[in-house]
Design a protein around this ligand. Sequence first.
Ligand code: ATP
Ligand code: MN
Length: 454
Amino acid sequence: MTSRIKEIFQTGQPDQSVTVQGWVRTKRELKEFTFLEVNDGSSLANLQVILEPTLPDYENVLKTISTGTAIAVSGNLVPSPGKGQNIELKAAEITLYGDCPPDYPLQKKRHSFEFLRTIAHLRARTNTLGAVMRVRNACATAIHSFFQEKGFIWVHTPIITANDCEGAGELFTVTSLDLKKPANFAEDFFGKRAYLTVSGQLQAEVMAMALSNVYTFGPTFRAENSNTSRHLAEFWMVEPEMAFCDLEGDQDLAEAFLKYIFKFVLENCPEDLQFFNERIDKTVLSTAENIVNSEFGRITYSEAIELLEKADRQFEFPVEWGVDLQSEHERYLAEELFKKPVIVTNYPKTIKAFYMRLDDNNKTVSAMDILAPKIGEIIGGSQREERLDVLIQRMQEQGMNPDDLWWYLDLRRYGSVPHAGFGLGFERLVQFMTGMTNIRDVIPFPRTPLSADF
Ligand code: ATP
Ligand code: MN
């Protein structure tokens, strides 16, 4: 039976006979024997394999094995005298799956993340990208188990949509028209112009108005030409929506949600997080522990503006009541002032989406953003406007035609209830968790302006 390397580190005993399969990271030839470091992606640590000259066909086996070679090794586990791992594998038999010529791009030296993006088909074999993918998996698992434990229903919202009115960045058009001719979308596949979704929220609201508590977790798309370290053209979003819930309940859920995910990853990926803490950002572990153990700050937008006005520094973008918070402001609040995540609520209605509930003062809406150290906005949410007349008026104020969203308005006509939800950018979460500075390095195949390879 074959074992994964992670399993061997966890439960392997001396003298146990095992077979492992993986890729050779390094080969070290000494006089009496040869050491291989083998990795199968299940763990950060490599399994050390010892080849002795008594191995059948030793000389030839040695010649065919190099960095990148795919092999299976059978043999007995032995206690490891070296530091680091407690156990290693003494090879009795080696099977070669695929050899690996010397032009293999992942030779032993350290490569820049920029270079690794040009070989995204191979980069998951590096320590960092392998650890990112395992942490990403743990985050996704934590998200599902959090909501499932709380009885939320996972709903699948569409990727193709004909709503262009959400206003969240630029849209990609989906078409089957012959692009050599002038576009007439009435003749297009759906009989009108269609797009890749920027968010599943409106449809999640529909489902919440029947199932009470739901969440959607899937890919979303924005053709924003902002070449930043925090924006992708294709990214995953988690969007819970709760009926019978107000802004406070929304903040409570979001805070419990982030705490759960960090705790889960701390418990399930300790080595990977330790690695990020040592190699990428020395605050990864303290930040994660801080999230799990601290109570998030909660302030209104108006309070945030006051704090920013009092700040002993010049911001590139000046602050006054009514402006949107820029990344520098968000980071100042979370990183320097609070030193932990802060939830900012009740933003001016002019800078927020039409569906957010209008506050009694007629100036602000029941929005909430969670600002995190290093990342800035990680979650954006709100209590939704459940009053039909107010919603219609807000749409008109923003130059939208209410008829375009007749089905969304119907929810306010037929058994409307207070409800709230939020959106979490999944890659921003993984960035936050790992300390990776560029969002392109926390998704297997990044899509960004001028780049959709692999
Ligand atoms: P930002 O101001 O950072 O562009 P936004 O206001 O456009 O964010 P929302 O429309 O509120 O973001 O989207 C919900 C969440 O999705 C954000 O809080 C963020 O975590 C994430 N997000 C938004 N745009 C992107 C993107 N292009 N790539 C990756 N994640 C994104
Ligand atoms: Mn944006």
